[in-house]
Design a protein around this ligand. Structure first.
Ligand code: GLC
Length: 476
């Protein structure tokens, strides 16, 4: 071969290798696969690992009162040996810890639980044959199995968070990225060189264990990539996705093996998201700690959020969100067509902080009465409602049901809904079913409501319409 031919061939070969395997899935099959997830709307996130025992404290001092304490190893720049020596003795899961998580998720109204099978510190909760930095080797337990069994026991779907970043593995090539965190980031490799391909092989092996040994995996929640290190180059991502799909054909995966606009990212930082998700890169995009202002029409998305400001447990973070904020966030997200993945950070023994338990109980009490206004609903047809939010359900025969979530209760007892030609509409309180009088004008509908808000956080009114809602735009 001439040099020119050879280089043309090499270019072709490298391009071919970088392409995703052709997806055999039709759009209809994709719709079917995503169905349960879209209907679920509410999931529980769990960040739990060695960092949970350190609880935001290093050498007797609080590291911070705000921010992710699952990053403590990076925050204090500890090498993995020092970190492990301090953290392992503190990590003491009780025999039955996972049952509390699963019961709490069920009680709160969550339909799925996504938990950290391995976070950035590299410690795996399963029993791994390819590592000695895992629960099997260190505790002689398979915590992943215990958690999966508990979640399944409550009839919930199972999601695996898995960090592709790894602060433990001695071949992880942290120098490839200036953007991804690593405790030793600006230092030379301790042993001179690293072969990142070896780390990638290890990553693939652990994912293979996770997708082979725990039954059905409903979600794979990857975390995360940087603009300067992502996808094929960083993780052999297409091969990884294909292997997971071969083992778990129905699995739903997020976008974080990549960091490009076609996969939902416009740059670094938690707010640099784009409303694009091409199917070869995953199934849904992952706004973090915020709710996109107008949702993401046409794209599946899930906002993940902490209850205070840390994902992993900290003794020092007391910035808990109120029940009102949490419940209204769930409603806000559903009204924009997204899912809410709300985090708990259990302590080293696996117990859930009491603040989180109370908040989830309150959410569960609200969902028990009002869940129909969240599950299996579609985004609001209104751009904005000055008193709250809405979700939509199609009913048989071309009819529609609106769920009106009232945050600001009308002082004059009249709730005005910007709907035209809604003369035959019927309204009632979702809690208790009391019928409410309505009067329809050509460009609005007025519902007579009780003097005081039955639920000060969010009262739901069910409004049945004879046809699709005919929304009147503000100012029209
Ligand atoms: C981030 C953080 C991480 C957390 C995750 C949740 O990427 O690195 O600690 O697990 O977001 O979305």
């Amino acid at each position: 071969m001439t040099t020119r031919l050879l280089s043309a061939f090499l270019l072709f070969a490298s391009l071919a290798a970088a392409q995703p395997a052709a997806t055999p899935e039709t759009p209809a099959q994709r719709e079917a696969r995503m169905k349960w997830w879209r209907e679920a709307r509410f999931g529980m996130f769990v960040h739990w690992g060695l960092y949970s025992g350190l609880a935001g404290t290093w050498e007797g001092k609080p590291v911070a009162t705000r921010g992710g304490m699952e990053w403590i190893q990076n925050r204090v720049k500890a090498d993995t040996k020092t970190y492990a020596e301090r953290a392992i003795p503190l990590f003491k899961p009780t025999p039955d810890f996972a049952r509390q998580w699963a019961r709490l998720a069920k009680l709160a109204g969550c339909r799925y639980v996504v938990f950290t099978t391995k976070h950035h510190d590299g410690f795996a909760l399963h029993n791994s044959k390819v590592s000695d930095y895992d629960a099997g080797s260190v505790l002689n337990r398979d915590l992943t199995k215990e958690i999966v069994d508990a979640i399944r026991g409550e009839g919930l779907r199972v999601g695996f968070y898995h960090s592709v970043i790894d602060w433990h593995h001695d071949q992880y090539g942290y120098a490839h990225s200036k953007q991804l965190p690593h405790p030793l980031r600006d230092q030379p490799y301790p042993a001179g060189t690293r072969d990142h391909a070896k780390y990638v092989a290890y990553l693939h092996s652990q994912v293979d264990e996770l997708t082979s040994n725990y039954g059905k995996v409903d979600i794979l929640w990857w975390d995360y990539s940087a603009v300067d290190f992502q996808g094929e180059q960083a993780w052999r991502a297409f091969d990884l996705l294909a292997k997971v799909r071969a083992k778990q054909p129905a699995v739903i995966m997020n976008n974080r093996l990549f960091r490009i606009p076609e996969a939902g990212f416009n740059g670094m930082g938690t707010s640099a998201i784009s409303a694009r998700m091409e199917p070869q890169y995953g199934d849904f995009i992952t706004p973090e700690q915020h709710i996109p202002a107008i949702g993401m029409p046409g794209v599946d998305w899930e906002t993940c959020m902490t209850m205070n400001t840390t994902w992993g447990y900290s003794d020092h973070d007391h910035a808990w969100k109120s029940n009102e904020i949490l419940i209204r966030n769930l409603i806000d997200i559903a009204s924009k067509g997204g899912n809410y993945l709300l985090n708990i950070g259990p302590k080293a023994d696996g117990s859930v902080p009491v603040e989180s338990v109370r908040a989830l109980e309150a959410m569960g009490a609200w969902m028990k009465v009002n869940g129909a206004s969240i599950y299996s609903t579609a985004a609001s047809p209104f751009e904005e409602l000055d008193w709250g939010r809405a979700t939509l359900k199609q009913l048989p025969g071309g009819k529609a049901r609106l769920y009106l979530h009232v945050f600001e209760w009308p002082k004059d007892g009249k709730l005005v809904v910007p709907l035209a030609n809604a003369g035959s509409a019927k309204a009632r309180l979702l809690a208790g079913g009391k019928a409410l009088k309505i009067s329809a004008a050509s460009t609005s509908l007025t519902i007579q409501v009780p003097a005081a808000a039955p639920d000060p956080i969010a009262t739901v009114i069910e409004l049945d319409l004879a046809g699709p809602p005919s929304v009147v735009k503000p100012g029209a």
